[in-house]
Design a protein around this ligand. Structure first.
Ligand code: SAM
Length: 603
């Protein structure tokens, strides 16, 4: 017996996207801090350097007597912006609007000293902007901000468009289709069925309409009859009845039909509905009053099966405007069969923000996406990937390029098959900026340093995890050449060297300048351990203390700090921290033994 938890919906409006959106809204900066969503894909010194070269070109061509105004969408932790400001601000007048959907993330950024420096100088502004409703921009106090038309010279979106709801379209000889998604479940075990029937009963008995409706209400009879039918169905759906249903029954449809029919007869009997009326006219009410709330509430408790489907569409109804339709038709002209990630929300966003972009304005979009048109050939499955509860659907760069061109922009794109992150630069046509393409070619297309360094970083990290220290060292060093100051690299290199007992080399990395603006990496503990292993006990102590203060107490940190005190004959201090360590880890034999040994010394 099958049951539909959530009926077929176009993929772009399926509940998965709602969950994804709420994940960013509710979890805030933690989505990055817990390392569930990677933040250094584009938030690193190398990528900012590449982007800065393009922006410098635009700044050079822009009006010199006003600040160059940049709007960044979905900025996440804002590390890209901080890198960029370091590169641009010393020589140019900048006004940088760092925006995101999540006010919690923006508030986190606001508290960071590195960001405060720029906020206080007026260069950096933080604002809430929902890409699904972009014109309603407001500050962190909730005040609506009004933006003059043509205000921004550049709009940036890094690893953001792919996180906006995306439709999947299929072109076939008989027409256009969109992907739909339905969630189903199948209950087999007796306990599962019994639990399901019990939840159903509770849910129905808890929905007491008459408690909220006055007898004089015009629809009182509607709800009174519904209540009676509902109470009956609360008892009616038992495991025994379940076992008598034919095997191919789909439970949701079965309940919809049966309950509607019963309610319909009650309404006819009470002369609320005419006898010739159709019970199907009640389907929508039964769905929204009973079935949807119930299935939504139990969905997470059941095994879920996803079923993808197809629904035919008319392009004219589906595309938000004529330009988007023309771009799609042109792009797929030569493809009899095609699979297309269609960035519906992104198209709307570009359209809506066009008014805020100056005549010379530009878009710079970097994201995980299609390198070229070959991705679209044929009918195949196309999926979004998950990070935590967030989704990332590969961005269709060839389509975006066609769309921008249709809107009279000039466009440069990368199209490297090897790399996941692609970049698109679209700018309004003007004579003055015709040489920009050369900058794009040299910074992004010819050698994609960010992607290359990312690949070395990933390979180095992998080798480190496998204990291949020599290999890890080579890969991470290559990455560091392209991304000097990258904190992730400095951290991994130090760990790699420490694991090989190369303390002095590790010490050099630990003390090199890095871009860990928010203290995301615990360099303090690595410094402390290095000093201790070099037998520099007095030097180690402040680093242990810094680690405890910034990253919280941990029994091993306290224990190793105690070892340093002990080496310096500070027995009382050693005892204090070991007792704290024991509090956190009462069964640890090593801490217990050390305290026992110390007791005799202190006596
Ligand atoms: C994958 S993260 C990328 C963050 C950052 N740009 C980076 O490259 O590290 C996606 C970001 O988009 C934001 N986001 C998701 N949906 C959004 C929406 N509808 N409007 C604006 N931002 C959104 C999320 O809050 C998150 O910060």
């Amino acid at each position: 017996l099958k049951l539909i938890l959530s009926p077929a919906k176009p993929w772009q409006i399926s509940p998965e996207w709602e969950k994804h959106r709420n994940y960013y809204l509710d979890t805030g900066a933690e989505v990055f801090l817990k390392q569930e969503v990677p933040y250094n894909i584009t938030s690193n010194p190398c990528f900012s350097q590449q982007s800065a070269q393009l922006l410098k070109q635009a700044i050079h061509n822009s009006a010199q007597n006003q600040a160059f105004r940049i709007l960044e969408l979905g900025a996440g932790l804002g590390l890209f912006a901080l890198h960029l400001l370091e590169l641009l601000a010393p020589d140019t007048q900048i006004e940088y609007w760092l925006t995101d959907l999540s006010i919690a993330t923006l508030k986190y950024i606001e508290m960071q000293p590195m960001a405060q420096k720029w906020i206080e100088s007026g260069l950096l502004k933080l604002a809430v902007l929902d890409a699904l409703n972009p014109k309603e921009i407001h500050d962190l106090a909730g005040n609506v901000l009004s933006i003059e038309s043509g205000y921004f010279q550049a709009i940036l979106a890094n690893y953001q468009f792919s996180t906006l709801p995306t439709a999947v379209l299929y072109k076939q000889p008989q027409g256009w289709y969109q992907k739909t998604v339905q969630w189903e479940s199948e209950l087999v075990e007796t306990e599962e069925i019994t639990a399901f029937c019990q939840s159903w009963k509770n849910a129905l008995l808890n929905r007491q309409w008459l408690e909220h409706i006055d007898p004089t209400h015009p629809q009182y009879l509607f709800f009174e009859t519904l209540q009676a039918v509902q109470n009956n169905w609360a008892d009616c759906l038992t495991p025994e009845r379940w076992s008598l249903l034919p095997e191919d029954t789909e439970l949701r449809a079965y309940l919809l039909e049966k309950i509607s029919a019963e309610w319909h007869s009650a309404l006819v009997k009470n002369e609320v509905l005419a006898p010739e009326s159709n019970p199907e006219s009640l389907y929508e009410s039964i769905e929204s009053l009973l079935l949807t709330p119930f299935f939504n509430s139990i969905e997470h408790t059941l095994p879920r099966i996803r079923r993808d489907g197809l629904a035919q569409i008319q392009l004219a109804d589906f595309c938000p405007n004529q330009d988007s339709q023309i771009a799609l038709v042109k792009l797929t002209e030569k493809l009899p069969l095609a699979t297309i990630g269609f960035p519906l929300a992104a198209i709307n966003l570009i359209e809506e923000l066009a008014e805020w972009l100056s005549d010379q304005g530009m878009w710079l979009i970097s994201d995980k996406g299609y390198a070229d048109q070959s991705w679209m050939q044929g009918i195949h499955s196309e999926e979004a990937s998950h990070h935590g509860d967030s989704l990332s659907h590969p961005l269709n760069f060839p389509y975006l390029e066609a769309f921008f061109q249709q809107n009279a922009y000039k466009v440069c794109t990368t199209n490297d098959e090897v790399y996941a992150i692609q970049t698109l630069w679209a700018y309004r046509v003007s004579e003055r900026n015709s040489d920009w393409q050369t900058t794009f070619q040299s910074e992004f297309a010819q050698q994609n340093k960010n992607e290359e360094s990312h690949a070395w970083l990933e390979a180095g990290h992998q080798a480190l995890k496998l204990g291949n220290h020599e290999q890890a060292q080579r890969y991470l060093t290559r990455a560091l050449r392209l991304r000097p100051q990258d904190a992730t690299l400095r951290y991994l290199l130090s760990v790699n060297l420490l694991q090989q007992e190369k303390y002095l080399q590790a010490w050099e990395h630990l003390n090199s300048e890095n871009d860990d603006y928010y203290g995301l990496f615990n360099f303090a503990i690595l410094k402390a351990e290095t000093c201790r292993l070099l037998e520099q006990y007095a030097e180690a102590i402040p680093h242990y203390q810094a680690s405890l203060k910034r990253y919280g107490a941990a029994s091993t940190v306290l224990y190793n700090l105690g070892l340093c005190f002990e080496q310096l004959q500070a027995h009382k201090a050693a005892q204090d921290v070991w007792l704290q360590a024991l509090d956190l880890d009462p069964n640890d034999q090593e801490i217990q033994d050390s305290l026992k040994a110390l007791k005799s010394v202190l006596l």
